[in-house]
Design a protein around this ligand. Structure first.
Ligand code: PAF
Length: 284
């Protein structure tokens, strides 16, 4: 049975009872759980003795015009999924518990957070790093699993963990896709039928660029243009960025070399913003 811990006090009591030799695996989420999340739970299970998930729709990482109020919150269905997956505990705090009146401390990573989604969503990664550090402090996991779907989030958290000497191992779980290639996302439920039909072009653009890379193209600008050309096949897709970046720092590159590259795309379909990415291995 999944133990539900509804506030920090309950979590602390649970955590204090875990013996020192027990490895804790942690999967932080914002709920609306899908197969992608469940694959992260399975990854945590492989790496740890006890698995704890959190569901917390973190207001700090939403911009003023973003979807905080309409973000899906199917909590009963989520609990059911966690039960069936054999997750040991769920931390389900309220906003007031996580951010008590007068909370005025933020955690900010200042390099990897800058480009891509960071440039499009000012303050987003500061909200993520602040809540993730709080969650790490509360749960004190040995290992935490994040989805590669949010590649920049993974890179930002890995950098924060390194820079702040946080004693946790970060694992990345692979992107889980629909049969037509669309990456699973809690936001896919917002898509109209027409937008849903166009959405797989995002993955197709990544695959087309990967094929061009395999065929020998190394020029970052040319590769990004190939990706943009694929997305131009649908006028429903409004591209926010299509970038070829260093896989670790996410800095701009002109040629793909030994370090490989992260192909990263963000696009709107109607009011729904989707992201996807693909890691290209380097020449080394
Ligand atoms: O990826 C998410 O769902 C969120 O950004 C996270 C890591 C749970 C922090 O709120």
């Amino acid at each position: 049975m999944t133990v539900i811990l509804r506030d920090k006090a309950a979590l602390r009591t649970w955590r204090a009872k875990v013996t020192p030799e027990t490895r804790i695996g942690f999967v932080p989420t914002m709920g609306a759980l899908h197969e992608g999340h469940m694959s992260l739970m399975a990854r945590a299970r492989e790496a740890a003795d006890l698995v704890i998930a959190s569901i917390f729709v973190n207001p700090l990482q939403f911009g003023p015009n973003e979807d905080l109020s309409r973000y899906p919150r199917p909590i009963e269905a989520d609990i059911d999924k966690l039960e069936r997956a054999g997750v040991d505990a769920l931390f389900l705090p309220s906003v007031e518990d996580m951010y008590p009146e007068g909370a005025s401390t933020l955690v900010e990573e200042t390099l990897v957070s800058g480009p891509l989604c960071g440039a499009m969503r000012p303050g987003h990664f500061r909200g993520v790093t602040t809540v993730v550090l709080k969650l790490f402090n509360l749960v004190q996991p040995h290992v935490a699993v994040f989805g590669q779907k949010d590649a920049q989030q993974c890179a930002v958290i890995e950098r924060m963990v390194r820079d702040l000497d946080i004693p946790v191992e970060i694992l990345r779980g692979p992107i889980v896709r629909e049969p037509d290639g669309l990456a699973l996302s809690s936001r896919n439920v917002y898509l109209s039928a027409e937008d849903r039909a166009a959405a797989p072009l995002i993955h197709k653009s990544l695959q087309t660029v990967a094929a061009a890379y395999q065929a020998g193209e190394r020029d970052a600008e040319k590769l990004a243009q190939i990706g943009l050309d694929v997305l131009a096949q649908s006028d429903r897709i409004k591209v926010q960025y299509w970038e070829v970046r260093d896989p670790e720092s996410l800095g701009a590159i002109t040629q793909i070399g030994a370090r490989g590259a992260l192909l990263a795309v963000a696009a709107y379909l109607g009011a729904t913003r989707l992201i996807d990415n693909l890691l290209l291995g380097g020449d080394a």
